[in-house]
Ligand binder design. Structure first.
Ligand SMILES: [Zn+2]
Length: 272
């Protein structure tokens, strides 16, 4: 729904307009006709990249009908009996229709076979608990066995605090599995999405042979709120893909309309 639209008036007409037909661009504040920005969801005035859901990301990345999901049945655990965690998990599962915060599987991208991981911010802020770590580790291991170039779209608030040390352990597990993929000589492309923070940044997000990011992505280890608590002052732009690209941490910033083709091209080069 577009608050601007309704604020501008036409109170009698609004009842006939579907709420999801228009949206405000948070960057340039143009009123956008939703159909004009789909399916990539990039503002056609200023190129602002709206967030994609997991399903939307899958649809704009993989060839239609090529997707096979792996390990969809890995069940969430509550290792510490953390207060309210099971209820919150059940709620997130009901809302998303998924068991936890990452999709893994295989698909083709412009006819190039690939192992594919996509983190889901809608599930506990894309946090990495046992299930996310386990599925990402299995993705790397299976991709190594099958010799499938691997693409992981990273988006995360960091470790899942309700799983405490079990969550932190996933950093070592996924990093070890990424190492196995590297030793097998199979390429791993990491794509950083907005936002990528914490334990995911400190593990597989930055272990790609090639690290890409969409424009304007915010990323880092400690998030802005944590930094604020430490009373340290950092430049506003340090935690952006553009700054990190300028300082050699990211190989390329790729606008979404070029991303699928870029991934396919890298996979073709790597297997040539
Ligand atoms: Zn815009």
């Amino acid at each position: 729904m577009s608050p601007r639209f309704f604020r501008r008036g036409r109170p009698d007409a609004t009842n006939d307009i579907p709420a999801d037909m228009w949206e405000d661009c948070p960057s340039c504040h143009q009123l956008l006709y939703t159909k004009d920005v789909e399916p990539l969801r990039v503002c056609n005035h200023c190129s602002y990249h709206f967030r994609l859901s997991l399903q939307e990301r899958l649809a704009v990345t993989a060839d239609e009908g090529s997707v096979e999901e792996w390990d969809a049945d890995v069940e969430a655990v509550d290792p510490l009996g953390f207060p309210d965690y099971q209820d919150k998990l059940a709620k997130a599962q009901a809302e998303t229709g998924r068991t936890d915060g990452v999709f893994t599987g295989r698909a083709t991208i412009e006819d190039e076979p690939a192992a594919l991981g996509i983190m889901d911010l809608a599930f506990f802020g894309g946090s990495m608990g046992y299930v996310v770590g386990e599925k990402v580790a299995r993705l790397f291991e299976r991709a190594a066995d099958l010799r499938l170039p691997t693409v992981v779209f990273c988006a995360s608030g960091g470790a899942r605090m309700q799983e405490s040390l079990v969550s932190l352990m996933q950093m070592a597990k996924t990093s070890g599995a990424a190492g196995r993929l590297r030793r097998a000589g199979v390429p791993y492309i990491s794509v950083l999405l907005d936002p990528t923070y914490g334990g995911v940044t400190a593990s597989y997000a930055f272990l790609g042979d090639i690290i890409l990011a969409e424009p304007g992505v915010r990323l880092g280890f400690a998030g802005p709120r944590v930094i604020e608590v430490t009373r340290q002052k950092i430049r506003q732009d340090v935690q952006t893909a553009e700054f990190q690209f300028d300082h050699g941490m990211i190989d390329a910033i790729v606008p979404r309309p070029e991303l699928r083709g870029t991934l396919a091209q890298i996979i073709r080069w790597s297997s040539a």
